[in-house]
Design a protein around this ligand. Structure first.
Ligand SMILES: Nc1ncnc2c1ncn2[C@@H]1O[C@H](COP(=O)(O)OP(=O)(O)OP(=O)(O)O)[C@@H](O)[C@H]1O
Length: 263
């Protein structure tokens, strides 16, 4: 079943208007069309500035496209009524790169994770505490961190808290925008494995946005390549890339052994 349908999305930004010069239009996304099936992990890769984050904001309903439509479960995101918007807000969650900045530093970890529960569920205080403990267990964190503040956690722990908050209300789709980019290689692998196992357990769909081709191919069923605001290639898990922009990303991966890097 198709969960997300992005059709002919275009995004222009205006810039450079001065007293003497008319405003200029910069086209950041050109005619983007793709769909995502329920339960699928779709990778979106591209060099810096190719338009990945702009597309992610449009998919999340945070920024209106200049043209085109985004449908979530058949509902047009930008023409939804209040009831539909509320349901989409619950079903569509996001995890961004810098977890620390997405937290209120004055809230404890328990308060951060229970926020969506307060917004969308009718739980008692005890039920919320139980659910927070359950969510921490899901993301392999000790319940003792409930009373801590974000600044007292490592980057990897913060990103697990972010994931716990994102899955709290049983969403259907999580947009992971550079969600592992700020972590070291070992933590990246742990978080990717955690995301894979949560995807299976909770029947989640993901859009995994990254400039890291290796990590994206590890987790995604299908990878879309963006270049200068356009989708230039789509490949299945084991297939090889053809487009020069994709090959450039591929060739930028450093070989594991330093001797091979010199070749
Ligand atoms: N609000 C804005 N106003 C004007 N231009 C913008 C705005 N947001 C993004 N852009 C431009 O759109 C282009 C794409 O930016 P975007 O952040 O979507 O790329 P990206 O692929 O996510 O890059 P990165 O991997 O570096 O985050 C860039 O040229 C950027 O300068």
């Amino acid at each position: 079943m198709t969960l997300l349908e992005v059709t002919n999305v275009v995004k222009h930004y205006q810039h450079g208007q001065t007293l003497l010069r008319k405003k200029q239009l910069a086209t950041v996304l050109q005619d983007i069309t793709f769909s995502l099936h329920e339960g699928e992990c779709l990778g979106l890769v591209g060099q810096s500035g190719s338009g990945k984050s702009t597309l992610s904001r449009i998919i999340l309903g945070l920024e209106k496209p200049t043209n085109g439509t985004v449908r979530f479960d058949g509902v047009d995101l930008y023409h939804a009524n209040a009831k539909e918007k509320n349901s989409i807000r619950r079903d569509l969650q996001a995890v961004f790169q810098n977890s620390f900045h997405s937290f209120n530093p004055k809230q404890t970890i328990a308060e951060i994770i229970e926020e969506p529960l307060l917004n969308f569920e009718n739980y008692s205080r005890i039920e919320r505490q139980q659910k927070v403990a359950e969510l921490l267990h899901c993301v392999e964190l000790d319940r003792a961190i409930m009373t801590k503040y974000p600044s007292q956690l490592s980057g990897g722990q913060q990103q697990r808290v972010n994931i716990a908050r994102a899955i709290a209300v049983n969403p259907r789709l999580i947009v992971l925008d550079e969600a592992i980019s700020s972590l070291d290689m070992i933590l990246q692998k742990h978080i990717l494995e955690l995301l894979q196992s949560l995807q299976c357990q909770l029947k989640l769909s993901y859009i995994f946005i990254s400039h890291d081709l290796n990590a994206t191919r590890f987790i995604a069923d299908r990878v879309l390549v963006m270049h200068q605001g356009q989708l230039v290639e789509e490949i299945k898990k084991e297939a090889s890339f053809q487009h020069p922009a994709a090959l450039e990303l591929y060739n930028a991966i450093l070989p594991m052994h330093p001797r091979n890097r010199r070749k």
